[in-house]
Design a protein around this ligand. Structure first.
Ligand code: XIL
Length: 370
């Protein structure tokens, strides 16, 4: 039995499915003994995972245990970005990502890398890169990184390449790579990645495409056009990653979301929900109320997304509010100083209504074929 798209989590439905313990309005004690999200996903032929940083897993055994329990895939939240990974042109700093890789191996998790090409968190030396050196630098980066981590579950090859506001007809964002290499850098990155590791799945990942406001709709058009162009060019793109940094204040239309995902699926792409969390900066301060709004919105959104059969994975951007990235980013932090509650586990690593919302959406999904 599925809760309605707008109706939130039905208490009776949750009880009958055995996930009652973290439902809003019900005591949450004992929820940790419930079936973990990774297993709920696995039963449907889906993947569930979350992003993490190596030092949190290293320094906090309880968090590491919760992570290994809930997740089937570990996503590199920070340390595989250029800034931390490539501190100097000649230097690859693999230590932290190696620790994530080993954690994943030890605990039987898949490993998902993020990201080979992105405009943010670039090392300072990139500003001095000569255009004619760019191709070699990018090529070396992709070759060395994918050579180091062979057979990862998947990689975000290109992250956030579209920004309609930059005013180009093709919608491409003005970045260091576009300036140095021209628009073909996106295709080239995928080709280089496929050569470097033919066994890892390759994703184009983007945000700002989850809702029905004007900006999102314009960005959807541009992203779909980019994917279409990549396909026509024969670029080896396997996955379309929809970040899904959700915001209950934005206009959501399940049918329109389904239509958008269907269009991408018809290009032969699998779709991953790659960075799910809920932006709760402007939600009520009261924890229980906030949790309920977060959960109801996330469940409605996820149910719509999972109704597209080519959606094959759900990854959250962090697992617990104990290490919630939104508390660290100025534009995302709450003005009342309260910590974000936008991730599935609370600061005590206990499942919140958001956890139950994901559980319900996974339980309600049709099994994936193949
Ligand atoms: C965030 C990380 O969570 C932070 O730790 C870091 O300071 C900034 O980046 N979209 C993305 C992610 O693709 O890489 C971002 O991650 C969140 C938004």
């Amino acid at each position: 039995m599925k809760a309605g798209v707008t109706g939130g989590i039905g208490r009776r439905a949750a009880l009958s499915a055995g996930v009652a313990l973290a439902v809003p309005g019900l005591p949450r004690e004992g929820a940790a003994t419930e079936l973990p999200l990774r297993e709920r996903a696995r039963r449907k032929g889906l993947l569930f995972g979350a992003a993490a940083r190596s030092f949190n897993l290293r320094d906090d055994p309880a968090y590491a245990a919760a992570f290994a329990r809930e997740c089937g895939v570990l996503v590199t939240e920070w340390e595989a970005k250029w800034g931390p990974l490539r501190p100097a042109r000649e230097e690859f700093s693999f230590g932290a990502v190696d620790a994530l890789w080993q954690f994943a191996r030890r605990n039987g998790l898949g490993f998902r890398g993020h990201a080979l090409v992105w405009h943010e968190h670039m090392p300072r030396w990139i500003a001095g890169m000569e255009n004619r050196a760019a191709r070699g630098i990018l090529e070396e980066h992709i070759r060395r990184v994918l050579g180091h981590y062979r057979r990862a579950q998947s990689w975000d090859v290109v992250n956030e390449a579209i920004d309609v506001k930059d005013g180009r007809a093709d919608g491409l964002r003005q970045t260091v790579w576009l300036r140095a290499l021209g628009p073909s850098y996106v295709r080239d990155a995928f080709v280089l990645a496929r050569v470097a590791d033919p066994h890892t799945l390759l994703a184009y990942n983007d945000y700002g495409i989850e809702y029905e406001d004007r900006d999102s709709r314009a960005k959807r058009v541009a992203v779909l056009r980019l994917l279409e162009t990549l396909k026509q060019q024969g670029a080896p793109v396997d996955i379309f990653g929809v970040q899904a940094h959700l915001n209950p204040a934005r206009p959501f239309d399940p049918a329109a979301l389904r239509g958008f995902l269907r269009t991408a699926a018809e290009m032969g792409l699998d779709i991953y929900i790659t960075e799910l969390d809920v932006h709760d900066r402007d939600l009520p301060a009261d924890g229980a109320r906030r949790d309920r709004i977060v959960a109801e919105h996330a469940q409605a959104w996820l149910e719509a997304a999972l109704s597209e059969p080519r959606v094959k994975a759900v990854f959250t951007w962090g697992l617990s509010d104990r290490y919630n990235w939104r508390n660290e980013v100025d534009w995302s932090r709450r003005r009342d100083g309260l910590p974000s509650r936008g991730l599935p586990l609370d600061q005590d690593l206990q499942p919140k209504p958001f956890w139950t919302a994901i559980a319900r959406a996974l339980d309600g999904a049709d099994p994936r074929g193949g």
